[in-house]
Design a binder for this molecule. Sequence first.
Ligand code: HEM
Length: 523
Amino acid sequence: MVYAKKIMVWATTEGDGLTWLVALAASVLLLLWICRKLPLKPRSSSEFPRCPPGFPILGNCMLLNGSAHELLSDLAWNQGYGDLFGLWLGSIPTVVVTSADLAKEVLHMNDKILANRGSYLFLKDLYYGYNQGIIFSSYNPRWVWRRKIFSLELLTLKRMQELQAIRYAELRKLLKRLQDSMDMGPRPVDVGQQVYGMTANTTLLLLQSRPLEKAIIEPPELVHILDDETLPAIGDFVPWLSFLDFFNSRRRWRAHRRIDALMESILGERRRLMAHCSPDELPHDFLQVLLSKEGALDEEHLTTTEIKAVVLDMFAGAVHTSATMVEWAMAELLRHPECMRRLQEEVDSVMALRCNGVDSVDLVVNDDHVQEMPYLRNILKEVLRLHPILPLLLPRVASTGFRLGKYWLPPGTNVLVNAWAIARDPRYWTRPTEFWPDRFLEVEIDLHGQDYEYLPFGSGRRVCPGMRLGMSVVQVTLANLLRQFDWELPQGQNANSVDMSCKGGLGNRKAAPLLAIPRKRNL
Ligand code: HEM
């Protein structure tokens, strides 16, 4: 303060206009610097875990910029904040959990109290509001009902078997696209983008078993919009600053109008079909299940808005998760050619056995085949350990006060579980930062969220319902990519130069796209 005053006094007595400006800027910077060093004591009760210093009003919001999971891990491990620390996201009390024991307290012991999600501005502008879908809805009987339909009508083993043909058809298209690009001479392809296109189109077909009649937005573009815009805004944490988000809000709203036009055309097309066909003639798909509940008079009905919100959640949940996972897996395999070779040998030997001498070149590796590939499964477990797709899971919000560790925390507290940090913690993992799929030969650990040192799909009431479908899509895609092609890095790149940094945001996308050259294998 004293220094800021001195600068101003000097400027008024000695300086010209330019000096004035410089002095003003220096004072503001000095004040900001001083404020940054102040801990946010006034708002935190003595019961609240220790918080890193933050800015006035904004608190620790800046930590959410960029790779939040890495910044939060650094605070926990290197800056002495430990397994449980606090943040003030504007006026929202938040705690960050960085150990398996505390993750268990959050996801198991306090699962019901912490089963809510926060309410974000993007839900209002871009999605269909707070309590209409599944992913960001609060915990209430309607959410239970919508999630039940989602799980039982889209994601059961039986349903997945019925939908296999659709998935394999899209996979064949992907393999053909890669083949075509190779026919023009060896050239790098953007692996993530290729797979992304496939998972987006597959999701549409899982919904309505046919391509779009009127493509207001193609599925990959729809999901890109969701990915880019599903981010908290400053107004979520400091409501009176919502006006700063005005232009982003307008952009989200415009995107929503296009998304809604797409939803209307999907629903409208099916309603027209329903008006002209007998029930037996209608497709037996997820969209039909959703629409069959639309007019129901009991509590098992769905409103039109709920149907649209659930469909949107299907895209938001299914597409980028699976595609990102394939991209990280390919990146790790290109960095570890010995693992890639071993995996190719496994795929080849299972296919040779299964096809029993019959020409198998055109056969896709399918869900039954991958069941016999333990190394593939271990590779994917290791990919999810090092690169969990939602590194902080999805934030949970307390409905009442609750105990966590030695603290009693108030209702409304946000809880972040740093699954990324826990999965790299030397207390639970030997050689924690190394890509070493064989660790899972010795460690009996599964994906269902019962082992709290490994939470790639979350755990408890809000665990990912799409785990089976997601894993199946990823396993089958990776096995086919490696069966049909040998892969190498573009000229000038080697295993050590592959950029493994992530983009930031809710999902753990690769910052730089993975480019690799496919070469046809002699099968
Ligand atoms: C490999 C692929 C996938 C990964 C790694 C993944 C991971 C996750 C994670 C970590 C969560 C948050 C769990 C929590 O907060 O505790 C989640 C939630 C969710 N996922 Fe997935 N997911 C994948 C695929 C899918 C698929 C294919 C679908 C749907 C078809 C899906 C639908 C959802 C939904 C609806 C939620 C919200 C659940 C709720 O809040 O009740 N996911 N996913």
